[in-house]
Design a protein around this ligand. Sequence first.
Ligand code: ZN
Length: 413
Amino acid sequence: MKSWPEVYIPTIDSKYVFPELSLFNSESHRTEVLPFKKTYRIYVCGITPYDSTHLGHAATYISFDLINRYLRAMQSEVNFVQNITDIDDPLLERANRDGVDWQDLANSQIDRFRSDMTALHVIPPRNYIGAVEAIPLVIEKIQELEAAQSIYQVEKDLYFRVQKDPEFGKRSNLSETDSLKIFAERGGDPHRVGKEHPLDSLVWLAQLPNEPGWSSIFGDGRPGWHIECCAIALKYLEPEVSDEYLIDIQGGGSDLIFPHHEMSASQARVSTGKRFARLYVHTGMIGLEGQKMSKSLGNLQFVSTLVDSGVNPMSIRCALMMQSYSKDRMWSNELLENSDIFLDALTLHLSKTECAPTQQVIQDIINALSSNLDTEKVFMIINQWIKQSESGATGGNPGELSRALDTLLGIAI
Ligand code: ZN
């Protein structure tokens, strides 16, 4: 799948010290240090293209962009892979509802997603992979799971036996009651007759009349969602044999903790015998003016709508970084206005020849980011610098600070 254009990242002077990055791991419920490595492997779940990028998506991809930027700035390589679920129930349902071809709908929303990511200055993944193009990988992965006796058939569909993974459920830490409830709410089928365990998940759906299907040794059909991410991650992140974990970070919104990330990790564990991710990192949900923002409430706020109405994409980016990535938080017009005011003041002082000292500011920003991406502190540091510059302090290098803000935070002015 074609990604979006590469983003220029200015280099940062080697005098700055980069502490190891610590991140909140949803599995252990603790903030943990990501040990220094030459190459990091990061997998972030992409969208299902029946709608374009809403602010929750934007917040997620900007958060992982900050991780990507930090690790690159510390001179490591980052193999960053993202998928796009270009075949799944919600896409077919929406296409059916609107009377459009599902492929046309997917293509139009994928194009919009690319332009949204470009506008938000998000570094493109090294590999951006669609579910359809990954079907041969999914088939291979199902065969590996079959060899591990973890696949069975219900009618013509194939299921994964979750209990084949001794660690099933330990990544999401939910009670059985909550697991079953959330599984049913998020597309699972706990009550289907013929299943061995209510939480077993679909890996291959036999083709239904009027639905697309692809040929496979299991019959015509299409892949389940969880196996898609497992197969793509393990192929394109090229796990290192000597590493205890297959990948370093599995990321996405907190609504993916269960069942999606639990299932993908279990399938990876059962098919390889190794633990999937070193850290499971999740971003909080974005609400709108005091309310939950959701498809069912019909109040999703889209990046493209805001940009088309004249909002500066950099203002959206800054507004979404002003609070901690892991918290559920609210979007509001006031937040966007504050972000505009912040950017105006920042631009003004970065364009002057004299400004307050900048070297310690850059180091403080690096330190704050290293501590679970503490962007609240980062904005406090930058605002302090703006105030000092306003009050006439001198001795800084505005060009260096401007480049560092781009490198580390993706704030391009
Ligand atoms: Zn995924």
